[in-house]
Write a protein that binds this ligand. Structure first.
Ligand code: ADP
Ligand code: MG
Length: 762
């Protein structure tokens, strides 16, 4: 190609030389054309540069930078304001609740609002900045595109003239028509270039239009920026105002606080002065206190030793006092024991003086069943000053009877029991006691002994009392109470607790209680050779509660009525015995005691002749009279200290031998009716009472099997004392006197059953 061109180059000058004038003319034309295009191109380039410089982002960027800087500065100012605000808050935190704090809170709220507003504006500004950057980027891209196109144009322009020149030159060199053709082509190209220039100009105009649009946009943005700046300025002004207000508020608050602090300071100063004065006055007291304290400190140091000494001393004194007290106690105990012995002796002496048989009289009231009329007239009167006498008006004369005590018709069961209860408790101490109810039928014997369920008599009250006593002594004594019930009818002893086996529902009780209710019991000598009497087969039931007693009494009552339709009829012809045995063992000393309480509801004492009875009724009456007479005889024999006591004359006296002999206590409750119709029997009963009242029994001795008792209150009288008095009998398992043996034998009569039965449900 190059060689071709070189050839052309060689050939063309030749051709050119040949067509010099044409060529020169054409050349000059083209040159002039080129010269015309070149300034235009340079103008366009200049215009382009100008446009570029005008479109340059420098101003906008600068403006943006200024805005950013201004924003930063505002932020810093805001931070400064916030710091000051915080400090102000801290300084004002002391006065809560005051007007300043309220205003402060309002200001704070306002500031918060402003901050929020500022935040919104800042966000808007950031958005605008972003938009501006986007526009600038778009503009830059467009500029680049324009520059590229301009460069392309330049290149195209640079290429076009050379080739056309070469072509024209070639054409001129080769052949003239060809040169013409080249010229035409060149002209065509020139035309094309001019078109291009037109296009370029149009594009330039478009670019200008776009530039103007950009300018407009830029102006709008600038206006917006200005607006935001104004807004920022306004916000800043508001913030400054708020800040100023807060500053003022703060200053005012500080001033107030300062004033308050000054006042307080003044008060504190005054107080301080007061305290100083006080301190000055206290100083001497402090000195005294210090010296006291030192003194006390010394004392405190010495205190343990002193305390120890004092404790030791006190201990010694206490030991001494305790020893003295112990000595005194022992002395007192000794004296007490002696006094107790003396009291016991006196009591026994009193009993002896009063007689071991106490005879009381109870006059029953007249009731509706007695009817009316002369026969029911009251023939008994009393002495209001002397409760031991009563007067009976009989056949026109008044007889006086003296007894130990007379209970008038209005006396109630408790009055009677109060009188006999000491006697009953003494059986726990080992004494044998016998209480008789004596009197004609209908005089109130059963009422006194048994009473009614609502108002019980001596029997039930005695057992209740014994239960109470047993419970009270349970810490020292193991006491057992057993009861037997027997009846003596026609000189026959019958067990009232035995029953037909068919009648006993409880199987365990059947073995115990089953027996012929009509079986005659015998009083026998004990086979052990002790000489004691006992009643084989007599049932003893252990009782522990009132329920038990009621069951036993009920059983006895039912059995007593076996053969008689009228219970009262039977009861009036037989002696009913409730035998209560109290045996005990002292838990510490081992002393054993046995006491027996015989509660006897005697048969009616009425005269046989009076009723004119015959046959069995006569026999009953004779037996009753015989036994009552025997009772009187025994008591009289005892009173007159006869060597022979006719205990064996009746079953009753034989059975009650141990309760009537010397070491026992006997109480005879003579029951009388106050009515005219009963006057003979009343007089007879009272005569019997007077007869037995003065009988003197031996001094009372407790029945103890172990003679070395440790309990003072149960100690026996000393043998020597008793012997001197001639009434004392020792009763223990060792050496028994004849009288003692006899007593124990008698007690054995009812204790024959080995192990008494506790009472289950009957
Ligand atoms: P006895 O047993 O001597 O035959 P009772 O005790 O059966 O006599 O008494 C006969 C009647 O007299 C009974 O109705 C009884 O209630 C009544 N009675 C006896 N003594 C009193 C008294 N102190 N108070 C009230 N009524 C009595
Ligand atoms: Mg009766």
């Amino acid at each position: 190609m190059i060689s071709c061109l070189q050839q052309d180059n060689v050939r063309l000058p030749e051709e050119l030389n040949t067509t010099e004038p044409q060529r020169q003319a054409l050349g000059s034309t083209l040159q002039s054309q080129l010269e015309g295009v070149e300034p235009k191109l340079s103008d366009q380039a200049q215009e382009l540069n100008r446009l570029c410089s005008e479109l340059g982002t420098t101003d906008l960027e600068k403006h943006l930078e200024i805005l950013v800087l201004e924003n930063d500065r505002l932020k810093q100012e805001l931070n400064g304001c916030q710091l000051q605000l915080q400090q102000l808050r801290l300084s004002l935190s002391g006065c809560t609740g005051c007007q300043h704090s309220k205003e402060n809170a309002q200001l704070r709220e306002q500031t918060t609002d402003l901050q929020l507003e500022l935040g919104e504006k800042t966000q808007l500004l950031a958005k605008l900045q972003q938009h501006l950057q986007d526009v600038l980027q778009d503009k830059t891209e467009r500029e680049e595109r324009l520059n590229k196109r301009i460069r392309d144009c330049h290149l195209a322009l640079a290429k076009q003239p050379t080739s056309s020149v070469k072509y024209i030159t070639k054409k001129v060199e080769v052949e003239s028509p060809r040169t013409k053709q080249d010229l035409e082509e060149t002209q065509g190209r020139n035309h094309y270039l001019q078109e291009q220039i037109v296009i370029q100009r149009r594009l330039l105009a478009e670019q200008e239009q776009q530039l103007q649009d950009s300018w407009r946009t830029s102006a709008q943005l600038q206006a917006q920026i200005m607006m935001y700046e104004a807004e920022l300025e306004r916000t800043r002004g508001e913030l400054l105002e708020a800040f100023q207000a807060m500053e003022d508020e703060k200053n005012q608050a500080i001033e107030e606080v300062f004033l308050q602090a000054r006042t307080e300071m003044k008060t504190v100063h005054e107080n301080l002065n007061g305290v100083r004065m006080n301190l000055l006055s206290i100083q001497p007291a402090l000195k005294t206190l210090t010296s006291d304290y030192n003194c006390l400190k010394n004392h405190a140091r010495d205190f343990p030793c002193l305390l120890q000494d004092a404790v030791n001393q006190t201990k010694r004194e206490i030991y001494q006092a305790v020893e003295e007290v112990q000595k005194t106690n022992q002395d007192l105990l000794r004296k007490y024991k002696r006094e107790m012995q003396l009291r016991k002796k006196c009591h026994n002496e009193l009993v002896r003086l009063r007689g071991n048989i106490r005879v009381l009289c109870r006059v029953r009231p007249v009731n509706q069943d007695d009817g009316t009329g002369l026969e029911t007239r009251n023939i008994i009167s009393f002495d209001s000053d002397d409760e031991s006498v009563l007067y009976v008006s009989h056949r026109g004369k008044i007889s006086m009877f003296e007894l130990d005590k007379v209970f008038q018709p209005h006396a109630v069961q408790t009055d009677i029991f109060q009188e006999v209860q000491a006697l009953i408790t003494s059986c726990i101490d080992g004494y044998n006691v016998c209480i008789f109810a004596y009197g004609q039928t209908g005089s109130g014997k059963t009422y006194t002994m048994e009473g009614s369920p609502e108002d019980p008599g001596i029997n039930q009250r005695a057992l209740r009392l014994l239960f109470g006593e047993v419970a009270e002594r349970s810490t020292d004594w193991d006491l057992t109470i057993t009861v037997s019930m027997a009846e003596i009818y026609n000189e026959t002893l019958r067990d009232l607790l035995g029953s037909d086996s068919q009648k006993i529902e409880d199987l365990t009780m059947r073995n115990l209680l089953a027996k012929d209710p009509n079986e005659k019991l015998e009083i026998k000598l004990s086979p052990d050779g002790s000489g004691q009497l006992y009643v084989p087969g007599l049932i003893q039931i252990r009782v522990q509660s009132v329920d038990d007693i009621n069951k036993v009494f009920e059983l006895g009552r039912v059995n007593r009525a076996t053969d008689f339709t009228n219970v009262n009829e039977r009861s009036s012809r037989s002696h009913a015995l409730l035998i209560v045995s109290v045996s005990g063992i002292n838990l510490t000393s081992g002393v054993r005691t046995t006491g027996k309480l015989n509660l006897v509801d005697l048969a009616g004492s009425e005269r046989v002749g009076k009723s004119g009875a015959e046959g069995p009724r006569l026999r009953e009456a004779q037996n009753i009279n015989k036994s009552l007479l025997a009772l009187g005889d025994v008591i009289c024999a005892l009173r007159s200290k006869q060597p022979y006591i006719p205990f064996r004359n009746s079953k009753l006296t034989y059975l009650l031998q141990d309760s009537l002999s010397g070491d026992s206590k006997t109480l005879m409750m003579v029951q009388v009716s106050p009515m005219e119709k009963n006057v003979n029997e009343t007089v007879c009963s009272l005569k019997f009472a007077q007869r037995v009242r003065s009988v003197e029994l031996g001094a009372v001795v407790r029945r103890a099997e172990n003679h070395y008792s440790s309990r003072q209150d149960y100690e026996l009288e000393s043998p020597s004392q008793a012997t001197q008095q001639g009434r004392f009998n020792i009763s223990h398992s060792g050496g028994k006197t004849t009288a003692g043996k006899r007593r124990l034998m008698a007690s054995g009569e009812v204790n024959h059953r080995q192990g008494s039965a506790a009472l289950p449900a009957l």
